[in-house]
Design a protein around this ligand. Structure first.
Ligand code: HEC
Ligand SMILES: [Cu+2]
Length: 364
């Protein structure tokens, strides 16, 4: 019988050479991540962004160094201990058990590293949490499929861009109107989910002027990909104040009171059905067919919404009257099928609502 086991076990001849090469490569990787100009590619728009970058550098450097050693040794051992030309076909490698020294170190070192990583992470988290409490309070609300923003002295919601003044601490409260969205501004390095019924807070101080994309990070519905269209504008205080005034005037007539269930007061008497049809083709046909209620697209079919004996109540449980349809167009409604956007989201004036109701009234 042939003894087909290797006689001796040791690191092998090239081991220390390979170790030296991998050490040099690891140090090169650490130097690379220490000096890599991150901010050239992604500006650090708020004060704490650089802290997060520091954590990123730390993790990228230690991850690269570790990977170089693991992958390097793997490759080296695969070559050094490969089957030799004269080995029998059933040759197996040396069987090693219970190397206590090795096991001790490969348990202790990774454990210490993970502890170090959590100390660094918690330290940076703590600094982010220490941002001033008493700043400008702004709310961002996730909707399908946009973010709206509320400011202390602006009525209603700002729906295009989010503006913030340079150098002023901000407390940003986040929530959602329909489903879970994610509020992420890569240039801020901060990201939070926006959850219906829950308010979460992030605090920060803008340190750079510019326009920075806002991205939704939760797959929140069919038009999720449209949610990267809005931007955060950081501008000097005077420019911000000017923008603030414009929105104060623009929204002066908007009421902050919540609409009463089932009844926005819209003057419906002067609706124009043919103007309503044009609007309907532009703004509603993506989600509604002119067809019976049960022929759904995204929302239900709307033919006979006001005149269908088999569909006496609207989706919100209210009787199918012109006033109640107008209230749905005005206030929106989220039910089992999804979300019917409100008049702000659909870009509808009170007159548009009246025209649409007049048009829906003609469908029998
Ligand atoms: C993004 C898709 C979407 C758009 C755009 C949209 N709707 Fe809707 N609509 C819905 C959904 C979804 C519902 C049902 C909500 C539920 O009950 O879950 C609905 C419900 C309705 C209802 C209530 C129907 C009923 O039988 O109770 C009316 C009326 C209505 N929409 C009219 C309109 C009009 C008019 C427009 C155009 C200005 C419009 N919708 C645009 C999605 C949309
Ligand atoms: Cu979203």
């Amino acid at each position: 019988m042939v003894d087909n086991r290797a006689e001796t076990v040791g690191p092998g001849r090239g081991f220390w050479t390979v170790t030296a090469i991998l050490s040099v490569l690891s140090i090169a990787a650490i130097v690379f991540w220490s000096i890599f100009p991150l901010e050239t590619y992604l500006p650090a728009a708020i004060v704490t962004a650089r802290q997060v970058d520091y954590l990123f550098r730390f993790m990228a450097a230690s991850g690269s160094a570790l990977w170089i050693f693991v992958a390097g040794y793997l490759l080296y051992f695969a070559i050094a201990f490969r089957a030799k030309a004269g080995d029998p076909p059933d040759a197996i490698g040396a069987q090693i058990h219970d190397n206590h020294k090795l096991e001790f170190w490969w348990t202790l070192l990774p454990a210490l590293f993970v502890v170090l990583l959590s100390i660094v992470s918690v330290g940076i988290w703590y600094r982010i949490m220490l941002e001033p409490q008493n700043g400008l309070v702004v709310e961002a609300i996730g909707h399908q499929f946009y973010f709206s923003f509320r400011y202390p002295q602006i009525n209603g919601e700002v729906t295009d861009e989010m503006h913030l003044p340079l150098g002023v601490p901000v407390t940003l409260n986040l929530t959602a109107a329909d489903v879970i969205h994610g509020f992420w501004v890569p240039a801020m390095r901060l990201k939070n989910d926006t959850v219906p019924g829950l308010v979460t807070t992030i605090k920060f101080t803008p340190r750079l002027t510019g326009r920075f994309p806002i991205i939704c990070t939760q797959f929140c519905g069919v038009l999720h990909s449209e949610m990267d269209k809005q931007v955060l504008v950081i501008e000097p205080k005077p420019a911000f104040d000017k923008w603030y005034k414009t929105w104060q005037q623009k929204n002066a007539h908007v009421s902050n009171a919540l609409p009463a269930a089932g009844g926005g007061a819209v003057a419906l008497t002067n609706g124009n059905a043919s103007a309503g049809k044009t609007l309907f083709d532009q703004k509603c046909t993506a989600c509604h067919k002119v067809a019976p209620f049960n022929q759904t697209l995204v929302g239900p079919g709307l033919a006979g919404v006001l005149h269908d004996p088999s569909h006496p109540n609207l989706v919100n449980g209210q009787p199918a009257t012109a006033q109640n349809v107008a209230a749905i167009l005005q206030n929106g409604y989220t039910g089992s099928m999804g979300t019917m956007p409100n008049a702000t989201a659909n870009g509808l004036s009170a007159q548009d609502v009246a025209n649409l109701v007049a048009f829906l009234d003609t469908l029998k």
